[in-house]
Design a protein around this ligand. Structure first.
Ligand code: PMT
Length: 218
């Protein structure tokens, strides 16, 4: 039995990595598997929400009752998020979005012509920060994966992006595997959840965010 904590709500999530093309066959990406984001999408749907999952390139089945929008790059992810946002009560950024993309993507395969190859990069838009900055925007939940100093970096990201809630995890705990150890950060402080399968962690995140969500029609 799953409590219908999000009945009547619309949730938009991002999950997985983004892939920033250098040429037709190569690019910059990261090792996010999408498992945490897909588990959270499933938990939101089981809690009664209408769910749109904007997903970077991963090999995972789409959870039941979830609408998946597949994207490749951060720019595509941003466009898909803003297209899905009307009517959303909650936005959750689980994706590991590439902070930079190549300034130019070559039309044809790059050839090996020198010992050193320099690639110019340009910053990607911060999708979560843009959604959180919207007047009358949805309740925003961020994620932060850190390799050290989790409390300081995670709470710093929450405050910089103006988020009511953020989920922090260590890369070594959460990236790629089936389990995760997370700490939830909100205005009341830090709330550690026990290490568990990502499905169980996702249910804990949903319960916490449902408790912070303003009533409908606010
Ligand atoms: O996919 P898995 O293998 O299951 O791994 C799960 C996970 C470790 C990727 C996940 O739990 C996680 O922590 N995701 C966030 C990764 C991260 O470090 O994000 P960030 O610190 O770069 O960004 C902070 C927040 O801003 C995130 O909510 C991110 O989605 C968002 N962001 C960041 C950059 C950007 N250009 N746009 C964004 O929306």
């Amino acid at each position: 039995f799953v409590p219908r904590l999000l009945a009547g709500r619309k949730v938009v999530l991002t999950a997985g990595p983004t892939f920033e093309a250098l040429d037709p066959v190569r690019g910059i990406t990261n090792i996010s598997s999408g498992k945490m984001g897909y588990a959270l999408a499933r938990a939101c749907a089981q809690a009664g929400a209408e769910v749109v999952l904007v997903s970077g390139p991963v090999c995972l089945p789409v959870p039941a009752d979830v609408t998946r929008v597949g994207v490749t790059s951060a720019l595509e992810m941003r466009d898909a998020v803003f297209a899905a946002l009307p009517g959303a009560d909650v936005f959750i950024g689980v994706a590991a979005v590439a902070d930079y993309r190549p300034l130019a993507s070559a039309e044809h395969k790059l050839k090996k012509t020198a010992d050193t190859l320099n690639i110019a990069l340009t910053p990607n838009p911060d999708i979560l920060a843009e959604v959180a900055a919207r007047a009358d925007g949805p309740f925003c939940v961020g994620f932060a994966a850190e390799s050290r100093d989790l409390d300081a970096y995670a709470e710093g990201k929450r405050r910089n992006k103006g988020l009511p809630m953020l989920v922090g995890n260590l890369v070594s705990d959460g990236m790629g595997g089936d389990d995760n150890t997370v700490i939830l950060y909100d205005d009341a402080g830090r709330h550690p959840l026990p290490r568990a399968a990502k499905a169980e962690v996702a249910r804990g995140i949903v319960a916490h965010l449902a408790g912070l969500l303003p009533p409908r029609g606010r």
